[in-house]
Design a protein around this ligand. Sequence first.
Ligand SMILES: *Cc1c(COP(=O)(O)O)cnc(C)c1O
Length: 379
Amino acid sequence: MSTVLHNALLPTYPETRVTFVEGDGVWLTDNAGKKYLDFAAGIAVVGLGHRHPAPLAAAHAQLDKLWHASNLYGTEPGRVLAQVLSDRFGGAQAFFCNSGAEANEAALKYARKATGKTGVIALEQSFHGRTMGALSVTGQPAKRAAFEPLVAGARFAGPNDIPSLRAAASEDVGLVLLEPVLGEGGVIPLSPEFIAAATALAEELGALLAFDEVQTGMGRTGTFFAFEQLGVRPQLVTLAKALANGLPIGCLLVADDAAGAFVPGDHGSTFGANPVVCAAAIAVCDTIDEALLAQVRTNGERLRAGLAGLPGVVEVRGTGLLVGAELEGSAGEVVDAALDAGLVCLTSGANVLRLAPPLVASADDVDRALAILTEVTNR
Ligand SMILES: *Cc1c(COP(=O)(O)O)cnc(C)c1O
């Protein structure tokens, strides 16, 4: 290997001192051989844990058959994955792309085509991605400011603030876009009352209701889709992060009752529905069964109960294994100290510690993580 003389990566992420070289289940190993308990899962991506045998075998088998053929032709894994997701949803069609931002771009275009309207209601503190369209509906001014003017039409309401939602209403709104739990904006679960108000408003305005389940989908909250716990079935759902357990993929699901807006030529993606990635994703879907989802719910409770007892914790929030602990002080400092102590975790904004372990994490793993966090926060 050649010596790295300067960092040839554009500095879009802060400098890090840790380089991971191997993963196994809930464990990561760095280039010095040190082991870490992984309660970040690559930002809620490696849902089944590192090197899970099911997607690993499926991807290997497909690598040996066919890597790519283009969407000008059919391939089996893409068609099968679409059917598997349609069955889970209860009747939908899928468009596959390569990331969460791209999935949301597809949703923005779909809503425009379906409704003929350009307005979007999204939430303050939301996160929908870094591309120009997805960034336009991301409710974090600091991420948007340097890149304006963005796509016009975004209107922002406060999470769980029904009056501000109503105030954002306008005849030109064609899409209401929500994260069921705001994953990057502080781990804020939306209340069933707020979801009901947003659903009613979308219907009133003739707008489509979209759930960005890029982070909350694929069992993360203890059901396959988070919307299953909220008494609503949105017309559009976007997925990405955990869909292929770490291989790049994004997906827009369009419910059958909102079908028909896209025709050939309206949208596309060269790498979308890549056979290797789709084969892995089918195996991921097949592995997320009721037993695993029940374990996610139980261990989520266990994690939240443990966090509530730590010093400096103001509030514990979250659903399933998407958990946030709002701290009196800086979450970044706790994340850094935990990393030194062998636990990988995340922030969600300045003061919220975010934990998103692989869904396969055991009760013992949860206790081990809590022990490290106890040690770190008692210093
Ligand atoms: C991560 C994330 C995205 C963006 O996904 P990328 O794959 O990074 O483009 C969009 N929405 C939500 C809710 C996310 O958590």
